[in-house]
Design a protein around this ligand. Structure first.
Ligand SMILES: *Cc1c(COP(=O)(O)O)cnc(C)c1O
Length: 391
């Protein structure tokens, strides 16, 4: 068993060791967390709309616990299909103006379940190089040809579509907003190519659901492309501040998923109280557009202040703002120095991002205030000078 220590040592040597750290929420200060007894401004959360501590959601969950009990007791196809599921799926389908919605336990399971249910070794999946790991794992699990195209490179995608023209089914899959870069997929071009090559288009709106659109329906809605997206995946773990995921598609496709998506079939249903909590969260997502407005204001001022300070950050309007530092060790030291300043901002390293692009991935939340964000930029600049990232 010596290999275990050897592998861990290898990971440590390249500054790639990951460690679990206990994190305590601060209920009356949702933009903050406590670590090691210290309160830190949280710039590494996906709770974009600041809903994770919402008392209304907690209350709905508590009420539901008293009716439904703690666990569902079985998978949905056995005896776990409780009433909150139907209520949530109807509400999601209505929100998305979609044929049908299906709830999965989480986004990871939704992606692996959907992809492996609809393609197999006779097929090809065309997938952006920066797509989320759960999409990659779904493709591997499906045994379909994995045609990876360079990030957002439509010429390369077209080349691969031609190359695999004779495959039985062709699935194009992309994140709508890329999780580690915050940039957007060229959905108009993808929709055109999907039509031209008679492919299926699947869009993972994990980082745009709840955020883009008048009611937070997602990026493909804002771009008027909803009808071009065959499979829309979103999570409840980010902007909803909850846990779980949804897939929206035609009636028939959802029917197929119920029969073939193994991560749906062979896994216990989410606790009903969680499902009830998600439905409450959906109410806030739809109704409280001030959360989106605030999030965009904060993101925009954070991004432009970092640029003014001399940092190079990606543009766009998403709340994901990466500060690419390159070396793993630099990213780690940057993160540690920020923690000394009272900011939680985690270093993201390979294999989550490509080699040589280690970064601090800042993500903002409507739970923060303009003053907190302004103060954070000053501290980030200070650390930038300390570490020689800023000259
Ligand atoms: C977070 C994420 C997932 C996984 O969602 P979970 O609900 O956390 O399992 C899937 N796809 C993308 C693009 C993500 O960012």
């Amino acid at each position: 068993m010596k290999w275990i220590e050897e592998e861990l040592h290898e990971i440590e040597k390249t500054s790639l060791k990951r460690r679990l750290r206990e994190t305590v929420p601060i209920v009356d200060k949702p933009g903050f967390i406590a670590r090691g007894g210290r309160t830190l401004l949280n710039l590494s959360s996906n709770d974009y709309l600041g809903l994770a501590q919402h008392p209304g959601i907690v209350e709905a969950m508590r009420d539901s616990l008293l009716i439904e009990g703690a666990g569902a007791g079985a998978s949905r196809l056995v005896t776990g299909n409780r009433k909150p599921y139907a209520l949530l799926e109807e509400a999601i389908a209505e929100w998305q103006r979609s044929g049908k919605a299906l709830v999965f336990a989480n986004g990871y399971m939704a992606n692996i379940g959907v992809i492996s249910a609809i393609v197999n070794r006779y097929d090809a999946v065309f997938s952006d190089q920066l797509n989320h790991a759960s999409i990659v794992d779904g493709i591997i699990l499906s045994r379909a040809e994995h045609a990876r195209y360079r990030h957002n490179d439509m010429e390369h995608l077209r080349y691969l579509l031609n190359k695999h023209r004779n495959k039985r089914r062709k699935l194009i899959v992309t994140d709508s907003v890329f999780s580690m870069d915050g940039d957007q997929a060229p959905l108009h071009e993808l929709a055109k190519l999907k039509q031209e090559y008679n492919a299926i288009l699947m869009v993972d709106e994990a980082h745009s659901g709840g955020i883009y659109g008048l009611y937070g329906e997602g990026l493909s809605h804002v771009l008027g492309l909803k009808h071009m997206v065959d499979i829309h995946v979103g999570t409840f773990s980010k902007a909803f501040g909850m846990y779980g995921a949804y897939v929206c598609a035609s009636d028939t496709l959802v029917n197929l998923l119920v029969n073939k998506a193994r991560s749906f079939i062979y896994s216990t249903a989410l606790p009903p109280a969680v499902v009830t909590g998600i439905r409450k969260a959906l109410d806030y997502v739809v109704r409280e557009s001030w959360r989106r407005e605030r999030l965009f204001e904060l993101s925009s001022s954070f991004r432009s202040s970092l640029c003014e300070a001399g940092f190079k950050v990606g543009d766009g309007d998403s709340p994901i703002i990466p500060l690419i530092l390159g070396e793993n060790d630099t990213a780690l030291r940057f993160s540690h120095a920020l923690e000394e300043e009272g900011i939680a901002a985690v270093a993201i390293r390979p294999p989550t991002v490509p080699k040589g692009t280690a970064r601090i991935r800042f993500s903002l939340s409507a739970a923060l205030t303009p003053i907190e964000v302004r103060d954070a930029v000053l501290k980030i600049s200070k650390v930038g000078h300390q570490l020689g990232v800023l000259k």
